[in-house]
Design a protein around this ligand. Structure first.
Ligand code: ADP
Length: 864
């Protein structure tokens, strides 16, 4: 395009775009955000909106698309989801008073980690922005949620711990130095859901150390121990400065933490145990869904944090347990607290919006109502004995001055849109009241004017109307035009009428519009003042939010403990786990309590170090192993547990080698993943760890598999300080390990064989399973009977290692019987098979199952 042909506005656009090349530029034009050139083409495709062009038929044609400003949020979110960033460019002067092109500036760059729109955020989860500073092989990691003000940092001595910690935080955006492309690529591969953003190396300074006034280092550690962490935190601050500067006021205190002070749960373990979401990626079916009965988003987020960061410190665990216990013991208090919590809104996010200047009048009213809820909570907790609830009560600030300020300034039920004003309460500001009175006087005059003109002209259908182009005008229909008086000034001719004005009408119009604009400006200024007044109490509001979150979390744990019949576990420093009648919290809740068969577990480093679980598929091995791990996690997060009794010697880390489904997408073979996970366990487990191994050596040949599984078990037995291990395998041959390794104990899940079928009894018994029952399970699954019969035959040959005279390998021996017609429609057999499947689905008791089968087989006999 020739420079001379570019309009001044386009020049302005190009100048601004030049600085934001990596973002889609939303260029404010009146009531729209417009996008041009490539941005327009990209956005039109993603947003599914029309792509048009400016100066269509000329050689200066520019591709263009736009979205209305009031609906921008959802469009921005779509662009973020598609992996883009959005730079929002606003008009920063009043277009009416502008000489030449209206001044415009980018006021905010929206990225996945800096979104603040409530629409885009999940209220029950954080939205973390992460930064990683690498120096050699060690890493600093900082995380911030600008919507809640949380800001933490830590340091990692090696890559694997870094990956584990990122997996636990689940950030939406990760900042890395732009010269470390290798790390950016590795992180993007590992965390596909997060957006990896390269930033200038200069961002990784030590700014955070000087900027943040309150860095609360844990005892014995000074800021010097945290140089990399501080650098990562500085990168977050620098990034916010360049994208969302107003949110900097929300992240005021920076807290270091040591990841190994919490039970370590790597990403795979979190996925395998379905802590936060099910295998299908849904909340339903996860442990969190069972535990979360919170009343507020803050409580929900806190509970989620508790679950992802179980404690190691016995004292801290007991403190939470105490809180839960006193809420179980006092039913009335619990219900009162829940009632008060229902009045509480997301104070944490509300107050972050207040300090960053974006809180709406509705937000302020929500703060006020929440403070009412806080007062109620303080009242209900007034009689608490010293303990965690009492401490939490002390952190709740009622802040009457804040509540009063909001109550006096903001209307009871303010409108959603700020544009038209009306949210400042009358009586709050004398000047505003005066302007409003003048405006309403002028409006009254106009209303009276209509009636007067009808009388004067005799035109009953005469109307005074308003639109944005003409302001106020008089509308007269065609048939009445003859009665229009001389002093009317014609403005516009329509198909069936005409529009007029009069000098008087224009005079009052000016009064109305003038006072309207004065009112809007004044209300906006008053709102900003109220916000600033509330913002002075940010620290107290945040402290209250944290206390509210914890109270809500404890109440939720108490609700679950009582309604699901959980018990309070004893926590100690031993190397034992002893559970009586444990249940799997999620499976139990899906099946109904009576249907789940409880099982004990005794595992320790002295005698019962490795529990080897054999038995057929579907017997309940994985459920049992997961149940033990979940009980440990629940216990260490301070919750009660689904068992009749439990004693937990603190676990420092849970390792799982369970399903590889999730990782297949990353392009590794199942066996490779399986071995990588096993290697990780053998390298990192300590004497305090709990290890779950569900089928090692499955993805390769039987002999390979058994050999690897055997060697792994031996290693766990003889090394690593004897970590407690649950080892499930369908290789019943492994049971022989117990003969040579004293701390290996065989267990299996009881099954009953009956007329060639098996029935799962679901209870764990000592000793090894006699065989794998694979063929039985295959039959249960509906494999045709000739195939089943043939498999049995092959098995017999394999087990007997029969030789073959004709030199064929054993498996290739011909079948001994002539092939039979597949009996898929054999009604009696089908009935039995279906009955067996129903048993799986409805979970009848074993005795009932036997009865059903017995009846069916009687019928089958009768039918021949
Ligand atoms: P495995 O790991 O031995 O193949 P699973 O643990 O996957 O078996 O269990 C198979 C199914 O059996 C589960 O989906 C669950 O519905 C049911 N189940 C497992 N344990 C129990 C139990 N203790 N009580 C009742 N049903 C159970």
């Amino acid at each position: 395009m020739e420079p001379s042909k570019i309009t001044p506005m386009m020049q302005q656009y190009l100048r601004i775009k030049e600085q934001y090349r990596d973002a889609i530029l939303f260029f404010r034009l009146g009531d729209f955000y417009e996008m041009f050139f490539e941005d327009a083409e990209t956005a039109a495709r993603i947003l599914d909106i029309a792509l048009t062009s400016r100066n269509k038929n000329e050689d200066t044609a520019v591709p263009l698309c736009g979205v209305p400003y009031h609906a921008a949020e959802s469009y921005i979110q779509k662009l973020l989801d598609a992996g883009h960033r959005v730079a929002v460019c606003e008009q920063v002067e009043d277009p009416k008073s502008a000489r030449g092109v209206v001044q415009r500036e980018v006021v905010r760059v929206i990225t996945p980690g800096t979104v603040t729109s409530a629409q885009a955020l999940d209220a029950r989860a954080n939205n973390f922005l992460l930064a990683i500073c690498r120096e050699g092989d060690s890493f600093g990691l900082a995380s911030a949620d600008i919507t809640t003000g949380e800001f933490h940092f830590t340091q990692m001595a090696e890559g694997q711990s870094l990956i584990d910690e990122i997996g636990r935080i689940r950030p939406s955006e990760i900042l890395v130095a732009q010269n470390d492309r290798k790390m950016a690529l590795a992180l993007q591969k590992e965390f596909a859901a997060a957006h990896v953003t390269p930033v200038s190396e200069e961002f990784f300074s030590d700014m955070a150390a000087s900027k943040i006034s309150s860095i609360e280092a844990p005892e014995g550690l000074t800021a010097q121990h945290w140089t990399q962490g501080i650098k990562a935190a500085s990168a977050i601050l620098a990034y916010l400065e360049s994208t969302a500067a107003e949110s900097l006021s929300a992240v005021r205190s920076l807290e270091p933490y040591v990841a190994s002070n919490y039970l370590v749960l790597d990403e795979a373990t979190g996925v395998n145990l379905e802590l936060i979401s099910s295998y299908q990626g849904q909340r339903k079916g996860s442990l969190l869904a069972i535990l979360d009965r919170t009343e507020t988003p803050m409580g929900a987020r806190r509970l989620r944090q508790w679950l992802l960061y179980p404690l190691l410190d016995e004292g801290a665990i007991r403190e939470r347990q105490e809180g839960v216990q006193s809420l179980i013991d006092n039913y009335r208090l619990r219900q009162e607290l829940r009632g008060a919590l229902r009045r509480v809104q997301d104070l944490e996010r509300l107050s972050a919006r207040v300090v960053s200047g974006s809180a709406s009048p509705k937000d302020l009213v929500a703060v006020k109502e929440t403070l009412g809820g806080v007062s109620a909570l303080r009242r209900h907790l007034a009689d608490q004995q010293p303990g965690v609830l009492r401490l939490l009560r002390e952190q709740l600030a009622e802040l009457p001055e804040v509540a009063d300020l909001i109550a006096s300034a903001i209307a009871e039920d303010p409108p959603f849109a700020l544009k038209d004003g009306g949210y400042i309460r009358s009586g709050y500001d004398a000047e505003l009241d005066e302007i409003r009175a003048a405006r309403s006087h002028a409006k009254d005059w106009i209303a009276a004017f209509e009636a007067g003109e009808r009388r004067r002209t005799g035109i009953q259908s005469l109307k005074v109307r308003y639109n944005r182009v003409f302001g106020y005008y008089i509308e007269v229909t065609k048939s009445n035009l003859k009665s229009v008086p001389q002093d009317y000034i014609r403005k516009q001719t329509l198909v069936n009428g005409e529009r007029f004005i009069t000098p008087d009408l224009k005079e009052y119009e000016a009064k109305v519009l003038n006072s309207q604009s004065l009112m809007e400006k004044l209300e906006a200024a008053l709102l900003a003042r109220v916000r600033a007044g509330v913002a002075e109490f940010y620290r107290e509001l945040q402290a209250s939010s944290h206390a509210l979150a914890a109270i809500d979390g404890l109440v939720s744990l108490a609700e679950v403990a009582e309604s699901c019949h959980y018990c309070r576990p004893r926590i100690d420093g031993s190397l034992e786990i002893s559970i009586r009648e444990g249940r799997h919290p999620v499976v139990e809740s899906a099946m109904g309590r009576g249907a789940f068969v409880p099982n004990d577990c005794v595992i320790d480093s002295d005698q019962n170090q490795i529990l080897l679980l054999t038995g057929p598929n579907m017997a309940g091995k994985s459920t049992y192993m997961r149940q033990v791990a979940l009980i440990v996690i629940l216990a260490q997060m301070g919750s009660f547990v689904p068992a009749a009794d439990a004693r937990i010697g603190v676990v420092d880390r849970i390792f799982t080698r369970i399903g590889a489904t999730d990782f297949l997408a990353r392009g590794e073979s199942t066996f490779m993943v399986e071995m990588r996970e096993t290697a990780n366990i053998l390298q990192h487990a300590t004497r305090r760890s709990l290890i779950l191994l569900d089928e090692v050596g499955r993805g390769t040949s039987t002999f390979d598999g058994i050999s690897i599984a055997w060697a792994v078990a031996e290693w766990l037995h003889d090394h690593l300080g004897r970590p407690r291990t649950l080892y499930a395998t369908h290789y019943h041959e492994l049971a022989d390990l117990a003969a040579s390794k004293e701390r290996v104990k065989n267990h299996n899940f009881a099954v009953k064989e009956w007329q060639g079928n098996i029935i799962f009894l679901r209870n764990l018994v000592q000793g090894a399973a006699s065989h794998s029952y694979g063929i039985h399970v295959a039959r249960l699954a509906g494999l045709p009977s000739p195939v089943i019969d043939r498999a049995k035959q092959i098995l017999k040959q394999l087990e007997g290692k029969q030789s073959n005279e004709s030199g064929f390998p054993p498996l290739a021996q011909p079948t001994t019987e002539s092939p039979v017609q597949m009996a898929l429609f054999d009604s009696a057999e089908r009935k039995i098979r279906e009955a067996l499947r129903t048993i799986e689905i409805t979970q009848v008791t074993p005795i009932e199952a036997l009865n059903i089968l017995f009846k069916l087989s009687e019928e089958a006999k009768k039918e021949g």
